[in-house]
Design a protein around this ligand. Structure first.
Ligand SMILES: Cc1cc2nc3c(=O)[nH]c(=O)nc-3n(C[C@H](O)[C@H](O)[C@H](O)COP(=O)(O)OP(=O)(O)OC[C@H]3O[C@@H](n4cnc5c(N)ncnc54)[C@H](O)[C@@H]3O)c2cc1C
Length: 370
């Protein structure tokens, strides 16, 4: 095998691509794996995200997607234990839970309570009096508040850890931009990059919002677009609040360790527009301050924009191509790609190594004839 020959070539160096490479190499150390990524991509979602691990606040019906998200949350502690042990990069993770103020949910509030009870989701409903004891920093207007057991991770640290873990396990991390492919009939032979051709036995397209551009080179049309999110991070004392807050059109996520609190986020259908607008950031902070008033005076640390990869039906696209013999997709993780990372990595490793028992038709590329 030559230097540029790999068993598996993963295209995309966000959390999705790197976690697949990490899990594959752990499952089969003999595999020679390359991860190709565009190093100047400042809009990638994996570093833009808030790191909420929130299947319960995000979903309102118990479909296959909800179950997949829930399984992924359950896998997080063990996944991070392995990741930190291999990478030696610390990753902040908390399972303190989320708070949902009833004032933000209004008519949907009772439905949320029923859903949480029916699905046996670990939660508590706090009366206004209890809120004053347990979370006195919340606005008095929040009313009843639901505490739900879900998680929070520092996704930038997790991304750093994944890259380092891949390297430590012997994967090749190449800062290369893929512009095309060399094909032999319905088989992909090489990815064409600015650093030369990278030959592979199997290819995984895990390029987030850019997956549809790359697929076009293969004459495949993925109905996917970037949904832009503007976000910011403010300074508040570390132990000020342990919970993640989910309000109306707002969330506030504690990054701890002196890293302040992340406030999100917009949902904008504007293509790959990288702009960050002061007025939008001011509005995000003002919305968040309606439930957490002290945010009004919290110093701004930074603001940014990132692209959520959204398929037409807002479901992930994970599985084997029907058009190319040796191509797999893992993309379209939209608002929950950080949460989905561990379960997605297991799923894709199983698919690629042909050890997976149950393939999910809801996630299959075949629904779009890919
Ligand atoms: C503002 C915002 C907030 C979010 N908050 C959360 C949250 O709280 N919880 C949660 O679970 N999820 C959240 N998400 C969603 C989550 O971040 C994404 O679903 C996830 O990061 C997608 O990861 P990815 O690796 O597929 O894509 P990305 O992270 O976008 O990575 C794509 C990779 O492909 C590479 N690439 C692109 N084109 C090429 C090319 N031609 N050649 C080589 N490489 C290429 C890029 O450089 C990049 O490395 C959020 C997203 C955003 C934008």
């Amino acid at each position: 095998m030559e230097n540029n020959d790999f068993d598996i070539v993963v295209i995309g160096s966000g959390v999705i691509g790197h976690s697949i490479a990490f899990r594959l190499k752990q499952d089969d150390p003999q595999l020679k794996i390359a991860v190709l990524g565009d190093p100047v991509n400042s809009l990638q979602a994996s570093r833009a995200a808030a790191g909420m691990l929130a299947p319960f606040c995000e979903c309102d019906k118990a479909d296959r997607f909800f179950k997949f998200c829930r399984e992924s949350l359950d896998k997080f502690p063990e996944f991070l234990r392995e990741l930190v042990s291999v990478s030696e990069v610390p990753v902040h993770f908390s399972i303190e839970g989320s708070l949902m103020p009833s004032s933000s949910y209004r008519e949907a509030w009772e439905e949320r309570k029923v859903f949480f009870a029916e699905e046996d989701i670990p939660h508590e409903v706090w009366s206004s009096d209890k809120v004053r004891q347990k979370a006195p920093y919340l606005s008095d207007n929040c009313g009843e508040v639901m505490w739900v057991r879900e998680g929070q991770v520092n996704n930038r640290q997790m991304h750093d850890a994944l890259i380092q873990a891949s390297r430590n396990l012997g994967n090749h991390v190449l800062e290369a931009n893929v512009s095309g492919f060399i094909r032999k009939g319905s088989t992909l032979a090489s990815a064409v990059t600015d650093s030369g051709n990278i030959n592979g036995g199997q290819f995984v397209l895990a390029s987030g919002s850019w997956s549809s551009q790359l697929a076009r080179v293969l004459e495949v049309s993925i109905p996917m677009k970037p949904i832009k999110g503007q976000m910011c991070r403010v300074q508040l004392e570390d132990h000020f609040m342990d919970y993640t807050l989910h309000g109306k059109m707002t969330y506030i996520a504690p990054w701890r360790e002196g890293n302040g609190f992340v406030i999100g986020s917009t949902m904008e259908d504007k293509g790959f527009d990288p702009s960050v607008e002061d007025g939008v950031i001011d509005r995000l902070i003002a919305n968040a301050a309606e439930i957490l008033p002290c945010l009004k005076s919290a110093p701004l640390i930074e603001s940014w924009a990132g692209m959520r990869p959204a398929a037409e039906d807002l479901m992930p696209i994970m599985g084997k191509s029907g058009r190319y013999d040796n191509l797999f997709y893992s993309s379209g993780h939209y608002r929950n790609g950080i949460l989905l990372t561990p379960n997605q990595a297991d799923y894709m490793s199983g698919l690629i190594r042909q050890t997976l028992d149950n393939e999910n038709s809801e996630f299959s590329p075949s629904r779009y004839d890919l």
